[in-house]
Design a protein around this ligand. Sequence first.
Ligand SMILES: Nc1ncnc2c1ncn2[C@@H]1O[C@H](COP(=O)(O)OP(=O)(O)OP(=O)(O)O)[C@@H](O)[C@H]1O
Ligand SMILES: [Mg+2]
Length: 435
Amino acid sequence: MLAVPVRRLGSCSASLEGYKLGKLLIEGKTKQVYDLPDFPGHALLQSKDRITAGDGVKAHNLAGKAAISNRTNAKVFEILNAAGLKTAFVRSCGETAFIARKCEMVPIEWVTRRLATGSFLKRHPGVEEGYRFNPPCQETFFKDDANHDPQWSEAQIVAAKFTLNGLVIGQDEVDIMRRMTLTVFEVLEKAWAARGCALIDMKIEFGVDTQGEIVLSDIIDSDSWRLWPSGDKRLMKDKQVYRNLSTVTQADLDVVKRNFEWVAEQLEHLAPATNSMVVVLMGSPSDDEHCKKIAKCCKDLGVPCQLRVSSAHKGTEETLKIVAEYEGSGAKVVFVAVAGRSNGLGPVLSGNTTYPVINCPPVKSDNVAQDVWSSLNVPSGLGCTTVVYPEAAALAAAQIHALHDVAVWSRLRVKQLNNFVSLKMADKKMRVLTL
Ligand SMILES: Nc1ncnc2c1ncn2[C@@H]1O[C@H](COP(=O)(O)OP(=O)(O)OP(=O)(O)O)[C@@H](O)[C@H]1O
Ligand SMILES: [Mg+2]
């Protein structure tokens, strides 16, 4: 398939999937960026059937590469968007293009490494290939093909005072992009690990959208990372295969293309449907407000939640039937027990199921101490935990699910990132106030 899907309508107008294309804003080695006059603040990124390496010194046409790259990028960004990350990606548009928020780009490549390999080894003699970074190693390179993208320190980035869509890139913005970079890597590393592939390192870029917000931009495809199935370098499936070629035959290009296709195919299965759920059992329907708050927080974290009513004191058999119902369902369940006054519900659940049980009593201000104590002072042999706030119950349940559910793990990680970003922005705002 050739990457020329733009339909010419007249001498100077074109459209794609109903989007009228404006002027060509920029053309790089692997894609063109078109303005979208009817969709302000957005652009269309058209991939090319072109593969390049060594700052463009090595370059080949590779029929079908645009479609594979576009499919790979779309899937990766859908995973990141679903986790709650702020990205420029909006949606695919045909097989070889996508719509994105139109950005002014930060001219920095943000590199994250889990294992030392490639150029890192040349710059750090003595470090053995495969050295593992915990936390991942982060590096920044100034995008400057003519000077082979020199490595830049944070101080150099801040000193450059890049001003993009009105936002000056200072230390706060660098801190935010550094933390976002780490989260992007961790989310994709976890997702690939679920397919038995080790994400060794990767490169991303940021832009500032027309609202002045920093968003993950550009593309992420097989050119962006090193990916070693089973952690075995010899099985590598990324563009390194192309970089390593001294002469390039059609057969070599076919191998590279097959690898890229394999990656795009794997991505379809990267975030499989899971069967995590939270069951909130309330002793009385009068506690439903408290329980709905738990359900709302679960939903925000991507964990389905069911509300049930059962009193362990007044309907013990019914409570045990409900336990059996979920144990036999095949779902992975965390129970949250909501019982005021004397909490028999949580301990009865905990003593009769191997699923985790979290007590979240709906405490009333006139009786807080006794009600909380009732949940804490459980008989020996029981391991239910107790939290007081609905949000805490949902978070505790999600953290349990995150042990087996990559999507929930990612939501939690991005929530932590977003807390970091909001605190930093609040601090930035407060800092400049003179009282
Ligand atoms: N959301 C976006 N809005 C505006 N421009 C973007 C967006 N995403 C990427 N770009 C820019 O599109 C241009 C073309 O991309 P391409 O990757 O082909 O460039 P390139 O030749 O590889 O150069 P570079 O070394 O800058 O990546 C790049 O300058 C890139 O920064
Ligand atoms: Mg590029």
